[in-house]
Ligand binder design. Structure first.
Ligand code: PSU
Ligand code: MN
Length: 303
């Protein structure tokens, strides 16, 4: 019995050395409101297909981790109330025949198992503010230390402790590279105020880093930080104001554990009158486009 299922479309593309990009399902099920989430899931796949890249949206359906969903699978992750599944939840869902939407961590883990090397998301999970007391650090970070997947993200959400997240990525030996800039982005904002050591300017350079990483015996992932264009970013003053109210609301509601990220994202969409949602969609589309370029460059290397 194989523990997971790769769709025929994804398996064919991988066997032929054609570009494939993994997409996560938690952003669809828990990160974006209905019905925009279903439109977004289809749109992300469409952006890849237009560029000759095969989408591999990943989720667990009825106990089977799926790498590549059909239209019905995409509908299910958008419309059903699925569990939020990180790596530790995968064996439980599998054994109990349950369904779950995979986080960055679980998606990267399954993508790596299937041989998909490039993955697009919105923002990476990271170290939460106050983590020195709560210990709330996303398993996205530790999983990337062991999963050889290049994750294109707009940095980490500014609700997190960004400098602590960058420190942890350093400790975990996960390369963090800016795409066209050394300014590390803050999801809805183009710049977080924190600088990176390295940038690349082309997808070909990213593919070259991936090949060198393999040749040097490293099996970590790579974080490719892709900032939203300035014209599309959220107004920073409005951003700061809304985030302050979101933290106060999370505190008052005593939200803990894996509910924290979905709570904050949902609250911020409401409190911003939908503005944060438009920015979130713009940055995610932007990441999917860059991931398509990276996967294409990677397939050209024939590595
Ligand atoms: N980024 C988004 N939207 C999201 C998430 C990230 O733009 O919904 C999700 C991802 O699935 C990420 C997860 O892996 O939040 C992190 O959750 P936690 O902090 O509980 O690890
Ligand atoms: Mn957490």
């Amino acid at each position: 019995m194989t523990a997971f299922h790769v769709s025929a479309e994804v398996a064919d593309a991988l066997a032929a050395g054609r570009p494939v990009v993994a997409l996560e399902s938690t952003i669809i099920s828990h990160g974006l409101p209905r019905p925009r989430n279903h439109e977004a899931a289809r749109e992300f796949e469409g952006i890849l297909r237009e560029r000759g890249v095969t989408p591999a949206t990943i989720a667990v359906l009825d106990g089977v981790p799926q790498v590549g969903l059909d239209a019905e699978g995409v509908r299910r992750i958008a419309e059903e109330d699925l569990a939020k599944a990180s790596v530790r939840d995968l064996p439980i869902l599998a054994a109990l025949g349950r369904s779950g939407a995979t986080t960055v961590a679980a998606t990267a883990h399954l993508a790596a198992l299937a041989g998909v090397r490039v993955f697009a998301t919105g923002g990476l999970g990271g170290v939460h503010r106050g983590a020195s007391e709560t210990f709330d650090e996303s398993a996205d970070l530790t999983t990337l230390a062991t999963s050889p997947v290049t994750v294109v993200s707009a940095g980490v959400k500014s609700v997190l402790d960004i400098p602590a997240t960058l420190e942890r990525l350093e400790t975990l030996s996960v390369p963090v590279i800016g795409f066209g800039t050394t300014a590390f982005p803050a999801f809805w904002l183009r710049e977080s105020g924190y600088q990176l050591d390295w940038k690349v300017d082309t997808a070909e350079e990213v593919a070259a880093v991936m090949a060198a990483r393999d040749a040097l015996g490293s099996t970590s992932g790579i974080v490719l930080a892709n900032p939203i264009p300035l014209a599309q970013q959220w107004d920073p003053a409005e951003h700061d104001r809304v985030l302050a109210t979101a933290f106060a609301a999370a505190e008052a509601a005593e939200v803990r554990g894996k509910a924290v990220t979905p709570f904050l994202l949902g609250y911020i969409v409401e409190a911003s009158g939908g503005k944060s949602l438009e920015v979130n969609l713009d940055l995610a589309r932007n990441n999917v486009r860059v991931a398509a370029e990276v996967a294409t460059a990677w397939s050209r290397l024939g590595a």
